[in-house]
Design a protein around this ligand. Structure first.
Ligand code: GTR
Length: 422
């Protein structure tokens, strides 16, 4: 098996770097991908080989998790013991009577530090519960997820954008349902799954200055190069919401999938890596710092992302801007932390910025850990045709089109969830 992976690496190396890229050139041509070797998933820092599941769980998995905390995402705050929440409203009989809408305030931190988020849930009523659920963060406020006047306008900071219909970083009435194509709620509940979502800015604003201020007030104990970046805090928020879902009698806590698109796909992967309670992990177009291999430097690079979004990752990640091959990890190792649980890596054919091939290869190279733990890897080394999902436990699919998550992507993930969670 190890030899098999080495052979894949050799093929990669041999097929690469015919034409070196210029120093600041964004690589969009496979021929310009530099030579690279990936760190071995199954060799401990001591040099010993990991050849048994116990060694993976007791030694190598914690080592890899720690590498990501120290070098990429930063520390992850501990989960407080207490879960506090308040059910604000329940409305039944939606979508022709098959679902209810529940809105809950979940307190992520309490006592002297009031950090709370507004959770929006749609729960199928036509199937016997407790039901499996998809938990994911949204970009533009809960009111953007469905055109439904019963959802209060988000009261958190939201990036100014014509699409999001914001004014002075506040959402307006016009923002209702503007992201509903990303959340085909009726289709999801009709298939028997609940949807649970929170606006990511409600956990901490996606803005470097507001993020720094929030860290000072909510997490003053962190400082230094492995202080959590925003992705770590969003992932921590997802885990706290899961704490709430575990107490909700309508939800089956053994079958909660975490899902996210783009920066929130990176977040879903990190949350799924940190927290083995997530039964399934789905990343859509997560790209650099998500599923894509950093060493390929195809599309968005570590340097570009760190310069454009300085608050997303920990300080030490910036040390690798110009020497990505010195990273003691690559993103296939993030995927391996999800093993043996079901994982979907989803790409889009025109989303070269996120490096679809790099996302695919990352899933291929996570295979040894899935196999060690008794599950199949991706079972192919060729990027499949669009709309032809591959793999049973790790699934990869590529959709025709651009950077997005669409009802077609949901159709594929619902099929996968039916296979793995039902
Ligand atoms: C882009 C960023 C990507 C991705 C995306 C998004 O600007 O370069 O890594 O995260 O934003 O989240 O929409």
């Amino acid at each position: 098996m190890v030899q098999h992976v080495k052979l894949i690496c050799m093929i990669l190396v041999l097929s690469a770097a015919a034409v070196p890229a210029g120093p600041n050139e964004v690589i969009r041509d496979e021929a310009k991908v530099p030579d690279y070797n990936l760190p071995d998933l199954l060799v401990l820092s001591s040099g010993d080989t990991v050849n048994r599941p116990e060694l993976w769980f007791q030694k190598r998995r914690p080592e890899i998790l720690n590498l990501f905390k120290t070098n990429v995402y930063g520390e992850s705050p501990v989960l407080p013991d207490r879960v506090e929440f308040k059910v604000e409203s329940v409305e039944q009989g939606l979508f022709g009577g098959i679902a209810s809408r529940k809105q809950v305030t979940v307190y992520l931190l309490s006592n002297d530090k009031k950090l709370s988020v507004d959770l929006l849930m749609y729960i199928p009523e036509h199937v016997k519960g407790p039901v499996p659920a998809f938990l994911g963060l949204n970009f533009a406020g809960n009111q953007a997820v469905q055109h439904d006047p019963g959802i209060p306008l988000a009261d958190c900071w939201v990036k100014n954008s014509a699409t999001y219909q914001t004014e002075n970083n506040r959402v307006t009435e016009g923002s209702r349902g503007v992201r509903s194509f990303r959340w085909p709620v009726e289709m999801i509940v009709a298939r028997g799954y609940a949807v649970a979502t929170v606006c990511y800015n409600d956990i901490v604003a996606d803005d470097p200055e507001l993020f720094a201020a929030a860290m000072d007030s909510f997490f003053p104990d962190y400082s230094g190069p492995d202080s959590p970046g925003a992705i770590s805090i969003w992932a921590w928020g997802l885990r706290r919401i899961l704490d709430y879902l575990e107490l909700d009698p309508q939800i089956d806590p053994q079958r909660v999938a975490v899902i996210g698109h783009s920066r929130l796909g990176k977040t879903a992967l990190w949350a799924g890596a940190l927290d083995e309670r997530f039964a399934l992990v789905y990343s859509s177009c997560s790209g650099c710092g998500g599923a894509a291999l950093s060493r390929r430097q195809f599309g968005e690079t570590v340097k570009i992302i760190n310069e454009k979004f300085p608050h997303w990752f920990c300080g030490r990640f910036k040390d690798y801007n110009d020497k990505v091959s010195d990273l003691p990890l690559d993103q296939h190792m993030l995927l391996s932390l999800i093993a043996p649980r079901p994982l979907v890596v989803a790409s889009a054919s025109k989303d070269l910025w996120a490096d679809p091939r790099g996302e695919f290869l990352s899933a291929v190279h996570a295979g040894p850990v899935y196999r060690l733990l008794g599950e199949a890897g991706l079972q192919t080394e060729t990027v499949p045709q669009p709309h032809q999902p591959v793999g049973s436990r790790i699934r990869y699919h590529i959709r025709e089109g651009g950077h997005n998550i669409t009802p077609l992507d949901w159709h594929f993930v619902l099929n996968f969830a039916d296979e793995c969670l039902k």
